[in-house]
Design a protein around this ligand. Structure first.
Ligand SMILES: NC(=O)c1ccc[n+]([C@@H]2O[C@H](COP(=O)([O-])OP(=O)(O)OC[C@H]3O[C@@H](n4cnc5c(N)ncnc54)[C@H](OP(=O)(O)O)[C@@H]3O)[C@@H](O)[C@H]2O)c1
Length: 323
């Protein structure tokens, strides 16, 4: 089969030939029609993921959509979403992939393959981070810190779908923030020189548009965490999902203590498969209803090296490769 192959950890994949996956008990063989890229693919293929490094040659890709070929309980031809738990075995950037039966879920009608592939990791993470980790209740206010990427967009739209009363979207790119449209009540352009920025500026901006928020969902960390900390109301919840602006943050102990703030971390990688499956069913229904209109850019699998470079540079859209 044709596949995107990493021959050396840390080097981008290139299109080549790999043996077809063999049929195995407990596994479903799927013909891939759309495979989404995620930042985690680049970490795994660089050998820098905490879960470990794959053995090369290796086919990246932790999620996609396609049709059942054989195995499992679903009839051949069923349209499905597939996940590759752990991501350290051959994945979805190929014509065929073999996944555990429980990681192969039928798609609802009305959801096209590209969006079905794109909404998986980011949609499930957004849903569970907001509802389970942050405990978001209808009517509460949310600040998405880093709202312009795939996960940030999913968080903005999912917060709206869960009934958030006010959604503020913060990011460094005003055009990408503007593309969120009515899903965000307010957009806040982050200072690119955040390390030197006035610590009260972001909190003052948030206060001016309805007061401090109940929940911050944060993909940035780094210097932005210090600036956004004061935007939480007393008793507010902060959930960190990423660190695209840096792995270390300087937080204010007095604000944390006197505000009774609750800091949490969330990683979709730690979720049990059944929770991922339930989360995806809900996410797919949202997407099929039009409530998760993520920006999606599709390319042929032959352009995997270019797509890889675009993902590393923050594409502002979910990148989907079609084998
Ligand atoms: N915890 C979880 O379960 C989970 C699940 C999925 C993803 N993640 C993590 O969440 C993060 C975002 O994922 P994604 O899929 O949205 O990636 P993405 O589509 O590549 O988006 C990257 C986001 O980070 C912003 N960004 C990058 N570098 C920045 C910097 N130096 N300062 C400020 N903003 C910066 C980008 O802003 P611009 O648009 O301005 O470039 C964009 O909003 C990644 O770290 C990813 O590993 C975590």
């Amino acid at each position: 089969m044709r596949a995107a192959i990493v021959n050396q950890l840390g080097r981008p994949p290139h299109l080549g030939e790999r043996p077809d996956p063999v049929e195995r008990p407990g596994h479903t063989l799927v013909r891939v029609t759309a495979a989404a890229l995620n930042p985690v693919d680049l970490h795994i293929a660089a050998g820098s993921h905490p879960a470990g490094a794959p053995t090369v040659p290796f086919v990246p890709g932790v999620e996609g959509a396609g049709t059942v070929v054989s195995g499992g309980s679903l009839p051949a031809g069923t349209r499905v979403r597939v996940a590759v738990p752990g991501g350290l075995v051959d994945g979805t950037l190929a014509e065929l992939v073999s996944v555990p039966d429980g990681a192969c879920l039928p798609l609802p009608p009305g959801l096209d393959d590209d969006l079905a592939a794109a909404v998986g990791v980011v949609g499930v993470s957004a849903l569970l981070a907001l509802r389970t980790e942050a405990g978001l209740r209808p009517g509460e206010s949310v600040l998405v810190l880093g709202a312009t990427g795939g996960l940030g967009q999913a968080l903005v739209h999912t917060a709206r779908a869960l009934g958030a009363g006010r959604v503020a979207a913060a990011g460094r790119d005003p055009h990408r923030l503007g593309a969120l449209g009515a899903a965000a009540d307010t957009v806040l352009v982050l200072d690119p020189d955040s390390a030197d920025a006035d610590p009260g500026r972001l909190a003052a901006q948030v206060s001016a548009i309805g007061g401090p928020v109940d929940v911050v969902v944060d993909l940035l960390w780094g210097p932005h965490a210090r600036l956004a900390q004061a935007a939480l109301r007393p008793g507010g919840r902060w959930v960190n999902l990423g660190q695209t602006a840096g792995g270390r943050a300087e937080l204010d102990a007095a604000v944390l203590r006197h505000g009774h703030l609750r800091l949490r971390g969330f990683s979709a990688a730690a979720l049990p498969p059944e929770q991922v499956a339930a989360g995806y069913r809900e996410t797919a229904a949202l997407a099929a209803s039009g409530a998760l209109p993520l920006a999606v850019t599709t390319r042929p699998l032959a352009e995997v090296a270019e797509a890889w470079a675009a993902q590393a540079a923050s594409p502002g859209a979910k990148l989907v490769l079609r084998p």
